[in-house]
Design a binder for this molecule. Structure first.
Ligand code: BGC
Length: 793
């Protein structure tokens, strides 16, 4: 038997000093005193106690724990699948488990009536009437689907991110979902990994800011704020570092990268008060994350003092056997429990195995109480004991609030990145004076499912979406003729595991015969020939990005590249709009197509937003938060790499490939506008500072073009020497500024302890070292405006 310390109590009860194990009795006395004093005071005054004197969620959880049997406690640690799972044919129906008090949560149910039914069983039919946590992946919207986190991060606008997740939370809560499995904050530096779309990109500084903003959006100012939900930061940790970008594959990540790159967004979410965390699927340095004591205890509880609870990823407790880590189900439950997983997502392992472990004395009641307690606390804080139900008659008003649609449109506009506009083809003229006919061509020009992406599609199936073709048609005046041709369809080469699973509304595109594909191809080219210009809408179709959607190549799927080349060969002006969840290979397009707009998976209002930008009713201001590769062979690719002994500035030995440039096609932080900006006059308020002192930096930014626009001023630093090599550049500040034509603003930044400290692998701790630091400020990660300062002892 592997004897492990327990994560929440620190040590197993049998190893505790005398008396320390009597956790229950230590808490019960003060609690009883509190309750009794409130009761006596209320009786004497004849008034109800004021809210401030009510017992806290923690006190209420402790009282409830005392009434629970061991089976009921274990039941709270079980999250039951609300849909039947083919891989677990013997699992009892969720309703039955809830009724018997053997499930504390249900997931994968999104219909309000079904949710109310589940809560009714829990609250009215189970012995202790404990309401359920209802969990769902509300990653970027429930009914109104917003752009996914990768796209939202490209807006560089934390307030907007918070606003979007506030709406997502409000809609979800109205429908009965009280727990969202979000934010997903995995740093992703390899576009082959299909889940890159769910996080904020490659940078830990930006990732931490976006993580905080999302937690505030989901949970509100504090957990339990009405109209909000419990957040769940995931997937702890380094899931995005999967070998070869293959989803679920092992991650091998140094301590340096863990502390400096992969952990910071998690830490930020925890500092922002996120109530729960999800353990990842994969092996981290050969120990599965769901049985990983280092991650779930030493880092999370000991170092970061996380007070919430941990849920495994789906079936991940049972998968500890598949990994070859746990011997059997009994061992899997033991390892997950003692590593620090409070709740078993859908694998039914805790609920079947923990009772046996308890009887055998391998888990104690005190350990069980400590594991259940934060779950009950969350339920109390969420107000579920007061009201677990939702009023189904009120949902429609909340879901159909026109204000949400307006925010979705604005979010989509702001997240899009104008990658190229050499010949100033954009913005297009909607009066028809320049082009009186426009061909809109491509397999995702009229695809709701492609626009809402993996999680948006799971919930909505892509219904209710304004597609690109619809948006363009609504935008142009009567004198512009719009012709649409889909071209050959695109679909995954290997079907998605999610296609056809119960409760999932997203499907792979149907297969098309070669002959049908050819006639669709010919029709698309003919359409382009008939029109004055073409807007090609290419990218990824349903289930082509997201979970279990890794690619070895980033090439445009199906015959899209060939179609693009054929349309460009017609000599008509071409604008390329991309609908996708990660960078794809557009190296050819970057040379041969006049204008390229990255629209990501723009959500419910995406078509309107694309049209707003194409026709100049809005001005693009998004900036990439991932380095855009020239080809998949460059991955993993990120700007904050080490200088190495052969830096790119060296006269020789600088090329890392002989067949492609080392630089990305488009850099981190890059994005164009219909206007132009100049960033100048970098001033540092001192050239020397002592360790711990702040350095103030300021720059001027001016709109030098012909219309109003947004610019993101970015600050990068480099530490020239120290106890470890440091990245060539690291983002340490940014500000998004809106400037009218000709307007100039001064932007201020502070570089201090937080910005200059890093985790040194040789010191094995956080350090702020005396050294010379470079500073660059500009509009992307290749900024050239430079200054420097020295930090001294
Ligand atoms: C995913 C998680 C998700 C969970 C529940 C898993 O397959 O990895 O991100 O939260 O399913 O849907």
């Amino acid at each position: 038997m592997k004897a492990l310390p327990h994560p929440t109590l620190g040590i197993r009860e049998e190893h505790m000093p005398d008396g320390a194990g009597s956790y229950r009795s230590r808490l019960s006395f003060p609690f009883l005193v509190t309750i009794m004093s409130i009761a006596v005071a209320s009786f004497l005054s004849g008034q109800a106690p004021s809210p401030g004197t009510w017992p806290s969620a923690e006190q209420r959880a402790d009282t409830l724990l005392k009434q629970m049997t061991v089976e009921e406690k274990i039941g709270q640690l079980n999250q039951a699948a609300g849909v039947p799972l083919v891989i677990l044919p013997d699992a009892p129906p969720a309703e039955e488990q809830v009724r018997k008090g053997l499930a504390g949560s249900v997931l994968w149910v999104s219909e309000p009536a079904a949710i109310n039914r589940f809560q009714k069983i829990a609250v009215e039919e189970s012995r202790l009437h404990i309401p359920l946590l209802i969990g769902l992946d509300v990653i970027h919207g429930y009914h109104t689907i917003f752009p996914p986190p990768l796209a939202m991060s490209a807006a560089w606008d934390p307030k907007l991110v918070e606003q979007v997740q506030t709406i997502a939370a409000r809609e979800a809560r109205a429908a009965g979902i009280n727990w969202s499995f979000a934010p997903m904050v995995d740093i992703a530096r390899d576009a082959r990994w299909g889940r890159m779309v769910e996080g904020a990109g490659e940078d830990p500084y930006l990732g931490a800011i976006m993580a905080k903003a999302q937690v505030r959006g989901f949970q509100g100012p504090e957990l339990g704020t009405p109209g909000h939900v419990l957040g769940c930061v995931k997937h702890f940790a380094a899931y995005g570092a999967a070998d070869g970008g293959r989803d679920y594959d092992s991650s091998y990540v140094s301590d340096d990268l863990l502390w400096n790159v992969y952990f910071p967004p998690f830490k930020a979410a925890i500092d922002a008060g996120v109530g729960s965390l999800m353990s990842a699927y994969m092996d981290l340095n050969d120990v599965p994350a769901t049985g990983n004591y280092f991650l779930l205890h030493e880092v999370l509880r000991q170092d970061w003092k996380f007070q919430g609870f941990v849920v495994s990823d789906a079936l991940a407790v049972k998968s500890l056997i598949t990994h070859g880590y746990a011997r059997d189900a009994d061992d899997a439950a033991y390892l997950g429990f003692h590593a620090g997983v409070n709740m078993d997502m859908a694998s039914n392992t805790y609920v079947t195995e923990l009772p046996k472990l308890f009887k055998a004395g391998r888990i104690t009641e005190a350990q069980l109480d400590a594991t259940v307690r934060p779950l009950l606390v969350a339920k109390y804080k969420l107000g579920l004991f007061e009201n677990a139900y939702i009023d189904e008659s009120k949902i429609a008003t909340i879901l159909n609030d026109p204000a949400s649609g307006r925010v979705a449109r604005e979010a989509a506009q702001k997240s899009m990145v104008l990658l190229k506009n050499d010949a100033q083809l954009l913005p297009l003229d909607k009066s028809g004076k320049k082009y009186s006919s426009i061909a809109v061509i491509g397999p995702v020009a009229d695809s709701g499912p492609a626009q809402v992406g993996f999680w948006g599609g799971m919930i909505t199936g892509g219904d209710g979406v304004v597609t690109v073709i619809a948006g363009i048609k609504q935008k142009v005046g009567p004198s512009v003729r719009i012709e649409y041709a889909k071209g050959p369809g695109i679909r995954r080469e290997i079907p998605s595991v999610f296609d056809g699973l119960p409760g999932i509304k997203l499907h792979d595109e149907p297969a098309q015969s070669a002959a049908d594909a050819q006639s669709a191809f010919d029709e698309a080219v003919a359409t382009a020939k008939r029109c004055d210009m073409a807007v090609m809408v290419l990218g990824e179709g349903p289930l082509m990005a997201g979970e279990a959607a890794s690619n070895s190549s980033l090439r445009l799927a199906g015959r899209q590249q060939e179609l693009l080349e054929a349309v460009v060969a017609t000599d008509k002006p071409v604008v390329l709009v991309l609908i996708n969840g990660r960078p794809v290979n557009i190296s050819w397009a970057a040379e041969h197509v006049g204008s390229i707009l990255e629209a990501w998976e723009p959500g419910t209002q995406g078509g309107n937003a694309v049209a707003d930008l194409l026709f100049g009713d809005a001005n693009p201001g998004g900036k990439l938060t991932v380095s855009w590769p020239r080809s998949a062979g460059q991955e993993p690719l990120y700007y904050a790499h080490m200088i190495t002994h052969a830096p790119e500035t060296a006269p020789d030995f600088k090329s890392r490939y002989q067949d492609v440039k080392t630089s990305p096609l488009y850099s981190f932080g890059y994005g164009l506008s219909y206007t132009t900006f100049a960033v100048s006059n970098l001033q540092l308020d001192r050239s020397r500072a002592k360790v711990g002192e702040n350095i103030g930096a300021s720059v001027e930014v001016q709109n030098t073009g012909s219309r109003a626009g947004d610019e993101v001023v970015q600050v990068y630093i480099h530490q020239q020497s120290g106890s470890a090599s440091r990245p060539v550049r690291q983002l340490k500040g940014f500000e998004k500024v809106s400037l009218a034509q000709g307007e100039k603003k001064t932007v201020h930044f502070t570089l201090g302890k937080d910005e200059l400290t890093y985790w040194s692998p040789s010191v094995r701790n956080w350090v702020l070292e005396p050294a010379v630091f470079d500073v660059w400020v500009g509009d992307d990660s290749t900024a050239t405006l430079h200054g420097s300062f020295e930090v001294t002892q």
